[in-house]
Design a protein around this ligand. Structure first.
Ligand code: SAH
Length: 348
């Protein structure tokens, strides 16, 4: 990468318009280039065919477009696609396309690696290398949208921030990316079709609520008992359940948006009745539903999916307490694309 040249996509539309005026051109040229960059996702200035050759050269001399590159695409037998995405500094993140009969969902990454230390997650072992910038997040969505059209004959319908990283530890950039995804000048998607999944950073959940965001919130809960949660998600010692609960109450009061709790049931960890009872109590705090997700093994057996009896107990007790619960099957396991398996395995 040429260090002297600026990343043109770091400029707002107004900054781009001002730049053209400073070059003695019309502000309108800024709109045209902006449209190429965002609506048409141009990878190079040469693609901008309604811009004069001379102007394209001037842009090439001054700027770069740090577009992501899909380095490797893997297709699962169940239709799931995993992209290994190369960033301008050669770091790699992964994103996933998950098709179902009624929707196509993009699962995108927000950080290279992750700063949190969930014991059951492969990404946690990579440690956090850096935050993704807004256009690197946006590009992942565009790449998946293109693949969805190509392989499934329909555009992307939903986005989940459940790839690598903790989105609320890269909040500003995630928000900017979502602004672009939902803006008519970007992809024009409804924020209601976007889910941000967090391991639960109370201060940031409150901030999101105060910022009036319109997307949905999912929390990776996995246990409603502090000791248990801290043993599998050690940062829970810093952000205990009491603080998380209070932040979620604030979220619901401000947004009136129901919260989804993601929850894996592991043998010998959270498969007792008292674990379910604690979850029921936690769910009473704010309107919510529970997604019981299948464990995707990443290690040599330290964690094991609980048996069906334990899952049935969860479903029965939650339903008896009028809490909506769904049991989710994993997708894309054969290509290491399922929850918690994203770890750049092929690039190791
Ligand atoms: N950092 C965010 C988003 C990334 S993880 C978060 O924690 O929510 C996306 C989901 O996959 C989370 O619910 C996470 O707890 C879950 N997950 C992580 N490792 C997993 C594994 N090995 N099997 C199943 N789910 C896993």
């Amino acid at each position: 990468m040429d260090v002297k040249k600026k990343d043109i996509r770091a400029l707002t539309k107004d900054q781009l318009r001002d730049f053209f005026v400073s070059q003695g051109d019309k502000a309108f040229r800024g709109n045209q280039v902006y449209e190429w960059l965002w609506q048409k996702s141009a990878h190079s200035f040469e693609d901008m065919t309604n811009i004069s050759l001379q102007t394209r050269q001037m842009l090439t001399d001054n700027f770069v477009i740090n577009h992501i590159k899909v380095d490797q695409m893997q297709r699962s037998s169940d239709g799931t696609i995993k992209n290994a995405v190369r960033l301008h500094d050669d770091l790699i993140v992964e994103s996933v396309l998950i098709p179902t009969p009624t929707r196509t969902t993009a699962c995108v990454s927000s950080q290279v690696g992750c700063s949190l230390d969930c014991k059951f997650c492969a990404t946690a072992r990579l440690k956090r290398m850096r935050n993704l910038n807004p256009d690197e997040i946006y590009d992942q969505v565009v790449a998946i949208d293109n693949e969805s059209r190509l392989y499934h004959g329909r555009p992307l319908s939903n986005i989940v921030f459940m790839g690598m990283g903790e989105p609320l530890m890269n909040y500003n950039n995630v928000l900017k990316a979502i602004d672009k995804i939902t803006s008519p000048e970007g992809l024009g998607m409804s924020p209601k079709r976007i889910v941000v999944s967090t391991s639960g950073v109370p201060k940031m959940i409150k901030k999101m609520a105060d910022d009036g965001v319109k997307f949905k919130l999912a929390v990776s809960l996995h246990s409603a008992i502090d000791d248990v949660r801290t043993s599998i998600m050690p940062f829970n010692a810093t952000f205990p359940l009491k603080d998380l609960r209070e932040a979620l109450g604030h979220w619901y009061a401000k947004t009136k948006n129901r919260i989804t709790y993601e929850y894996v049931v592991w043998r010998g960890i959270n498969d007792r009745k008292k674990d379910v009872d604690a979850l029921v109590e936690f769910c009473k705090f704010a309107p919510s539903k529970v997604n019981l997700i299948e464990y995707n093994p990443i290690d040599d057996g330290e964690f094991q999916q609980a048996d069906y009896k334990a899952l049935d107990m969860y479903v029965n007790i939650l339903e008896a307490n009028n809490i909506t619960v769904t049991v989710r099957r994993s997708r894309g396991k054969d290509i290491d694309a399922a929850c918690g398996q994203l770890a750049n395995k092929n690039k190791a």
